[in-house]
Design a protein around this ligand. Structure first.
Ligand code: FE
Length: 333
């Protein structure tokens, strides 16, 4: 409660000049950090006069809070990363369906829940990263290729506990079926140079230290590392370009089931999918705009264009439990 009040006051301070009716204001629970959302909310308020209060925290804690608060919640919108998380919130009956023409026009089908429970607002790509001194890119091709014996002792992967891994494996199950996906995981486990890493940045550090030659990361972590150490012998490789495309995921949002002000929340959601917000999204965290009419940030564009997997991202939620069981069965820790 105290935290909400503090955040409300902070937000109110920054928009004091705007006179909007109080009943128009929107409250957002966000697992995205303040520096990634505040510029967006400030721009929205400036343009519409609608005040945005927000509460940030870890995704798990905020979801629990939303559940406990039930009908009494102050949250009109919930923002978080990974379609697996958004799908889970939807599966708990905590989102309401929102399907507007603006959202349909701005955000492609595969980045939105088929029932309209949540909408992708930025795209993150999870692809191969390799040491340019150890690997010739002609050796690289697909996620499945990393299961072949040629990569034995040369692969670094993130822990199976992380939702990014669960979503990627869910996509393998979707495209290949459970048996073949199981074989791929077995091959990966067999090829690991070390215990799976806790973070994507650790994977790249392990590659730079010579512990492994190739790994899988979300590209914005690569962007962060290269901004700090631009001469690192690391490069991204776009996976599955001749097959299903790079596995992408989203950060996104939905309007809560018990929103007190769903009208303004829908307005905010639509605004976040539009040009101004999508440019901000692309530049703040070196992700890709979800709105395909918006060009990527300069730094991000320099990594090259790629074909993205157009599997509907609700599948990473639907197949998540199967993915977790399969990884356990195959010894992916
Ligand atoms: Fe991340």
């Amino acid at each position: 409660m105290i935290k909400i009040l503090i955040f409300s006051l902070l937000t109110m301070g920054s928009i004091a000049a705007v006179s909007a009716a109080d009943d128009e204001s929107v409250t957002v629970y966000s697992s995205r950090k303040e520096h990634l959302i505040k510029p967006l909310f400030d721009a929205f308020t400036k343009e519409t006069g609608i005040k945005v209060d927000y509460l940030t925290g870890t995704g798990g804690a905020l979801i629990e809070r939303l559940k406990l608060e039930g009908k009494n919640t102050k949250a009109d919108m919930f923002m978080t990363v990974d379609a697996g998380n958004l799908w889970y919130i939807g599966s708990q009956g905590l989102f309401q369906a929102v399907q507007t023409q603006v959202l349909k026009n701005n955000i492609p089908n595969h980045l939105r829940d088929p029932k309209g429970l949540w909408t992708g607002l930025s795209v993150r790509a999870r692809t191969l990263v390799y040491n340019t001194e150890q690997v010739n890119p002609s050796e690289l091709s697909t996620y499945a290729d990393l299961a072949l014996p040629k990569w034995e002792g040369r692969l670094c992967l993130r822990t199976s506990k992380k939702i990014y891994t669960k979503s990627l494996v869910a996509s393998l199950i979707y495209h290949h079926g459970e048996d073949k996906a199981g074989d791929i995981i077995s091959g990966w486990v067999n090829n690991l140079a070390a215990t799976p890493n806790a973070k994507d940045s650790h994977i790249m550090n392990a590659i730079l230290s010579g512990q492994c030659d190739v790994g899988l990361v979300n590209t914005y972590y690569y962007g962060r590392l290269m901004a700090k150490k631009p001469n690192s012998p690391l490069k991204l490789f776009w996976a599955n370009q001749n097959t299903t495309g790079v596995h992408v995921n989203i950060s996104g949002a939905g309007v809560t089931k018990y929103a007190k002000n769903s009208k303004s929340a829908i307005k905010l959601l639509e605004w976040l999918s539009g040009t101004k917000a999508q440019v901000i999204y692309g530049s703040l965290n070196k992700e890709y705009p979800a709105n395909q009419n918006i060009a990527s940030d300069e730094v991000v564009s320099a990594w090259g264009a790629f074909k993205q997997d157009d599997m509907n991202l609700s599948q990473v939620g639907i197949l998540q439990a199967t993915a977790v069981k399969l990884m356990q069965k195959k010894g992916y820790r």
